[in-house]
Design a protein around this ligand. Structure first.
Ligand code: IPD
Length: 266
């Protein structure tokens, strides 16, 4: 099986596990604060994906959201040791855990593969809508097998954009709230769907024109970054610098409104 097929297979199995557990009783734990939660399903899905990667590619490294919580490592520590590794799988078992806990559709599994820091494969699967978005470097982006492109919208007044509310209330969430007013008063509308991966997938498929958020983790966005780029969009940090796997403040867009969004956010 090639990398993309493996990623898609893992996403399907993860999605089945998420769907099966939806609305059922499961343990929910706080990750340091009441604003950041993890369920036993997140942990189970990550274990499943890790097992599949270890069986198929025993020499590849894995960066997973819940491993960081369980091992009490900081993201910086993980990235310092793992980002330069040859093959690195980057896994968010459930992106949109708060939606999942509240039985609100809009949670995804997000899986990316990077080689020496460069994204090769990205897969985002929304099991409740059975929508799988994927991309392979240089080979385009797809939704359930159909090629997708970012929108061609050129003005902010015609743009529907999205953001999210990170768990870090005083740093990243404050920055989102501070930027929201200007964006909301300029763009056609703003959506907060509760999953960064879904926002990126929707920018890639032309449903949204842009997405910005502060304080992102690599696993929230890595797969989506490749999918957006392969769909003709642009991804940078909020200052306009090129995206890298350590970028935390992310802006992605259909490319046409990128500099307009950068100016609004400055
Ligand atoms: C969260 C979601 C949410 C975003 C948060 C992320 P998680 O990821 O992507 O949309 O606003 O910043 O942490 O915790 O559900 O994997």
């Amino acid at each position: 099986m090639d990398f993309l097929q493996t990623a898609k297979q893992m996403a399907l199995e993860a999605g089945a596990m998420m769907k099966q557990s939806t609305g059922k009783g499961f343990a929910v734990q706080e990750k340091g604060t009441v604003y950041d939660v993890v369920t036993e399903v997140d942990q189970g899905v990550e274990r499943l994906i890790r097992q599949m990667i270890n069986e198929t590619y025993p020499h590849h490294r894995i960066l997973g959201e819940e491993q960081m919580f369980e091992q009490e490592l900081s993201l910086q520590q993980l990235l310092e040791t793992e980002i330069a590794d040859d093959y690195l799988w980057i896994v968010d078992p459930i992106d949109g855990t708060v939606n999942f806990v509240n039985r609100i559709p809009g949670y995804t599994v997000s899986i990316a593969l990077a080689y020496q820091g460069e994204l090769l494969v990205g897969v985002i699967y929304d099991p409740m809508r059975d929508e799988m978005f994927w991309a392979e470097k240089g080979k385009g982006a797809f939704l359930n097998g159909v090629p997708i492109r970012c929108s061609s919208t050129q003005t902010l007044a015609e743009s529907v954009v999205a953001t999210g509310f990170p768990a870090d209330l005083h740093g990243a969430r404050r920055a989102v709230v501070d930027s929201l007013g200007q964006v909301a008063l300029t763009c056609r509308s703003v959506r907060v769907l509760g999953s960064a991966a879904l926002h990126l997938a929707y920018v890639a498929s032309g449903r949204l024109c842009a997405f910005w958020e502060y304080g992102m983790h690599t696993w929230d966005v890595a797969a989506g970054v490749l999918i957006v780029c392969e769909a003709g969009g642009t991804v940078s940090d909020i200052e306009g610098e090129v995206y890298s796997l350590t970028t935390e403040n992310v802006l992605c867009s259909n490319r046409h409104i990128h500099s307009l969004m950068l100016s609004l956010l400055k």
